[in-house]
Design a protein around this ligand. Sequence first.
Ligand code: NAD
Length: 357
Amino acid sequence: MATETQIRHFDPTEVHRFARDVLVGNGVEAEQAEIVAKCLIAADLRGIDTHGVNRIPSYMERIRQGVLDAKAVPTIIQTTPVVAQIDGHNGFGFLAASLGIERGIQMAKEFGIGMVAVKHSNHFGMSAWICQRAIDHDMMSLVFTNSSPAMPVWGGRSKLLGVSPLACGAPAGESRPFILDMAPSIAARGKIYKAKRRGERIPADWALDGEGFPTDDPAKALEGVMLPMGGPKGSALAIMMDVFSGVLSGSAFAGNVTGPYDPSKAADVGHFLVVIKPDLFMLLEEFKDRMDYLYQRVVDSERRPDFDRIYFPGEIEQITEERRKKEGIPYAAGEVETLNKEAEKVGVTLLTARSSE
Ligand SMILES: NC(=O)c1ccc[n+]([C@@H]2O[C@H](COP(=O)([O-])OP(=O)(O)OC[C@H]3O[C@@H](n4cnc5c(N)ncnc54)[C@H](O)[C@@H]3O)[C@@H](O)[C@H]2O)c1
């Protein structure tokens, strides 16, 4: 008899099939469902379990409540040769960001740089998939988004700022590429949802409860506020995400983005993407050699006695991805049960673990 927390492994192709089928079952066009499924599986492969297929039930709930448009296709306006603006029309953030990064790459290939602002969008999950898309084309990127209020500003006690991730990527030669993808809170809010789902405690410095006291109970933390990393610095980074993704883009800002678990109205998330061609000032090979040198200097630097290994930003996730591609993606039995309820609702084949398990 499986317990709620028992872990089983699933083939990435089976998870992709499941995600696509559930999306199509909820009215998403097949071509778009492929894009969304690919982004969700990318998060699970990289070990960002908080932003993978476990988000499907909340996204589907938003479609059922009529606050996320399953059929929406983002539109684009070319503002200048190097600037584009996207309207997500309240469709999946994955689709608007996907169109945005593709256009950004196109502009950067031609003009050296491409800047894209996205308005009226939704949650796009893990930012790193967007950086990776640029890296696949030998491009550098900056990826910003805003999000619903979850943190107080420095000195405040009620939620105003989103735990909005700041991400950035750069290709390398022989070594692993650079991918920084970080939320400005001590921990991403999704990690608290995951701990709650799995019946685990959280470190006491992640969040305050509804009364303003530190807590290790994920349910109580979700009633309170997330704490910014580095006090005023984390708070300022979250405001920076709002300046570029909200104020500049024309989307909601200043605490007015609707949360992914609040089905009362459209989210109106904004994003901001910049793509840069790395061979503007030297040959691409030279840039990559220099990235390889930087990588080596970082990982070979003299270690603290309590550290076994030094990693480059993004490296832990890339190692996880290589392992999960072989071993499969682990999900807890309770998570699979919740996912399969979505499959039952639209009459598609249930998510099935590897036959060896
Ligand atoms: N779309 C949204 O609204 C939203 C909101 C919050 C978080 N997120 C996503 O949640 C994910 C998790 O964010 P997070 O801040 O918890 O990430 P994290 O703290 O696990 O990692 C942050 C960064 O630090 C690097 N890192 C971590 N440990 C390292 C080590 N030991 N050595 C070297 N580098 C290391 C990682 O590679 C990563 O680039 C991200 O993918 C983010 O995009 C999305």
